[in-house]
Design a protein around this ligand. Sequence first.
Ligand SMILES: Cc1ncc(C[n+]2csc(CCOP(=O)(O)OP(=O)(O)O)c2C)c(N)n1
Ligand SMILES: [Mg+2]
Length: 642
Amino acid sequence: MENNVLSQRLTRPNENDAALSQPAAPDHAALERPAGLVQQAAMFGSDAIADAIAALGIPYIAINPGASYRGLHDSLVNYLGNKCPQMLLCLHEEHAVAIAHGYAKVTGRAMAAAAHSNVGLMHATMAVFNAWCDRMPLLLLGATGPFDAEHRRPWIEWIHTARDQGALLRDYIKWDDAPASPAAARESLFRAAWIAETSPKGPVYVNFDVGLQEAKLEAPLPPVDPARYRPRVTTGASPADIATLAGMLADATKPVLLMGRVTRDIDAWNARVRLAESVNARVVTDLKVGAAFPTHHPLHAGAPGIYAVPEARNAIAEADVIVSFDWVDLAGTLGAAFDNRPPTATVVHVSQDHQLHNGWSMDYQALPMVDLMIAAEPDDIVVPLIDAINARGPRPAHVLPSRHPQPTRPALGDGPVSMAHLAAALAEAVTEVVTAVATEVATEVATEEGNKRDTSLVHLPLGWDGSLWEFAHPLDFVGSDGGGGVGGGPGIAVGAALALKGSGRLPICIGGDGDFLMGATAIWTAAHYRIPLLYIVANNRSFFNDEVHQERVARMRGRPVENKWIGQRIDDPAVDIAGMARAQGALGIGPVTTSAELVAAFREALAHVDAGGVAVVDVITEPGYTPAMTAALTKPTTQEKK
Ligand SMILES: Cc1ncc(C[n+]2csc(CCOP(=O)(O)OP(=O)(O)O)c2C)c(N)n1
Ligand SMILES: [Mg+2]
């Protein structure tokens, strides 16, 4: 990219005024406009790095600042003009990475994040692990040094210099680099973005020496075309494999499709539906990843769960052909369905995930028994597969059972709030109200079927039951945190909301109190950058997951179960979650203690979100998990079985 092309992005003199002229709800692009910029060519190493980031077309860089990248920071603000990428200031590096993670969950694209040398990176690592396990692309930038000790400032630049910073996260990223010249830095960034966004996707890390950033450029870098460094990598199955799989599915009497890590693309979604319908396959989906199939379609087996629910397990156990479309835990799911015996069905696995498996992290799960392996991206093979099935001749017409009914909603009243009450009230709140005139009084009638708003659930709590909410579009649910790292929810929710801003979809996060409290200051970034988000805290005032574990251990050992709350309950004093929201510029509502108050609370929050704000509703929720979740948490260990 030529420097003079990029320099045209510099701020016009009166651009600052834009933010001032719309104080009510300025768009985030109008915020934090740098003043007094003059158009200039790249002069420093960090200007060349900034040019390369801009050339990648990355719209945002979520950051927490640090002197190790003060050169790059200056270039992003005073050389690029804080546009493409625009900085999003975060109060913790974990949020910066989680925001990029959430953004990728919606868009499938890598956003950038930056963390200060070693200490900032150490804060960031938890979120990087979450993104890694979730197979989400992101470009993490870091800094260190100066590598050349002669140029180091005393004390601080010594403690913040590490020989091999990438070693902190190399086991759970796809690639890292520490380039030593501006030209190498540009190439490194192009390679990093290409690797991150090539399936199987994942985080990458590029570390820039302070010296490299701050040194004067000896000569401008020769122009290059970044697109030629990021060729699209197509993956697909061989015609022979497609024909084999088409034959298996066409001949199967009880096929099951496990729809796992797939894209947010609506055409791909529709193709999956056509595939299932063409061979009358039951479909199972997973709450660990984004929505992959309409949950109320008659072929969807049971509800989606973090662990397969009984209907799904039964469908799998009865199947003669099982096709995994990059299912996260194939061996574990088959084991649960076949009672840890070898599956009686023929098992097909469509996945490229093995490319990422390494010797450090075991997020690859147990080794599944697979009869046909197709190393391809699931969404790349669905249409060819349908064509191959159709090419075998007309299929018998299947009579589909009727669509699953809407969840039965409990009545709202004066009692405590269960997860089902919370979902019922939310469904009512996001359903447009139709006013019908009955006698002389206007009565409000809301039908959930007809006029529910488009919503995206951007995070869900551990106690969620997949039957509580219908997913009818790939963006209705974007999946979980990937790595089980509590505290990721707020940042991921903000990143997903950023990606959804202006799309007409309402981002809704429902998260645990423990998760919120670990990541709560991500809310400030959403409030500051006017990223609309409804955040509902399902507050059981506990790290309840671990109460379940302590109960289990106490039972195993014959010790008092009633002590399970000690070291788990977040009470006395109860945290003022709404106050924490207000303190950061969001609307804080609650604590809401009865289900009768919920709809009004959610409607008030929605009005604020619709006006461009962030609203946090603290809902005191009864603790409890689905039976499938509790069974998985309390599964007897092999030692116990002996
Ligand atoms: C970073 C991190 N620390 C600790 C844990 C262990 N852990 C798993 S779930 C959980 C409780 C989460 O609390 P909350 O979000 O309130 O959900 P709840 O368990 O109450 O449903 C904890 C502490 C973890 N998974 N990740
Ligand atoms: Mg909790």
